[in-house]
Design a protein around this ligand. Structure first.
Ligand code: NAD
Length: 250
């Protein structure tokens, strides 16, 4: 299936690794010019080298208004416009509510929910002016089927799904397509041991057995399962679809 993303300018937050890196790679393969917006310069530069000349990196902290606005302005000045925004940057921390400090809660919401609000707000004016634009938010199945020990993460992703629907309703009259995808579980650093080590020890469980065992196929989703759906939503094959959330799971 041809996605026809040639010469589209895409900004992918959190694209230095994991799902975001895969999304950026797939968008480049489909012909897009991609800018990875992340905190991790070294990892992102390496990823861009592999993707080739149609990928570049910009340092952006999605939780910081000035950083987001300056980044979006710079990309727009250098590349002329932003056609596609993928709000992928996200964080998770496994902890029970009684052990959850207000800072834990605020950090998860700042990256997962406040970040997409800031980036969306910064790209909307140019998309409205052109009467065209695609925004894809990476939410999570946890936002629809909340998980124990992930209360703040589940709530932040539920909020992102609701935000997606509301913004899509607001700007449908300008022809914008604003959707989200909800992966179940993909083996990335989000789940990795070094990440888990910083987490509440009373909730550590096995990714393969406890998490993936709950899916119909009994296995995790792949990076490309998410990336392919994102490319499809960024293409005009889905120009009559907005305000929807798509599950990437079994
Ligand atoms: N891996 C999964 O199983 C899974 C399941 C459902 C949803 N998701 C979602 O997919 C997205 C990507 O997850 P992943 O598994 O690839 O995670 P990951 O930890 O491998 O990558 C996250 C990326 O986001 C970046 N990031 C974090 N905070 C940032 C900030 N303030 N500003 C800019 N960049 C920032 C990190 O540097 C990193 O490159 C997240 O939104 C996550 O919630 C993942």
């Amino acid at each position: 299936m041809e996605m026809h993303l040639d010469n589209k300018v895409a900004l992918v937050t959190g694209g230095a690794r994991g799902i975001g890196e895969s999304i950026a790679t797939h968008l480049v393969r489909e012909g897009a010019r991609v800018v990875i917006a992340d905190l991790e310069a070294e990892r992102a530069e390496k990823a861009c080298q592999v993707m080739g000349p149609n990928a570049s990196f910009i340092r952006m902290d999605v939780t910081d208004k000035e950083s987001v606005e300056a980044g979006i302005r710079r990309v727009t000045e250098e590349l002329g416009r932003i056609d596609i925004l993928v709000n992928n940057a996200g964080v998770s921390r496994r902890v029970r509510v009684l052990n959850m400090e207000p800072d834990d809660w605020n950090y998860i919401f700042k990256v997962n929910t406040f970040g997409p609000y800031l980036t969306t707000r910064a790209v909307l004016p140019q998309m409205i002016e052109r009467e065209k634009g695609k925004i894809v938010n990476i939410a999570a199945m946890a936002g629809k089927k909340p998980m124990a020990t992930y209360a703040h993460y589940s709530a932040s992703k539920a909020a992102l799904i609701a935000f997606t629907e509301a913004v899509a309703l607001e700007y449908a009259e300008h022809g914008l397509n604003i959707n989200c995808v909800c992966p179940g579980a993909v083996a990335t650093k989000l789940w990795s041991i070094d990440n888990l080590e910083t987490q509440d020890k009373s909730c550590v469980s096995s990714f393969d057995k406890d998490i993936c065992g709950s899916f119909s196929f009994g296995r995790a989703q792949r990076l490309e399962d998410v990336a392919n759906m994102v490319c499809y939503l960024c293409s005009d094959l889905t120009k009559n679809i907005t305000g929807q959330s798509f599950n990437i799971t079994s």
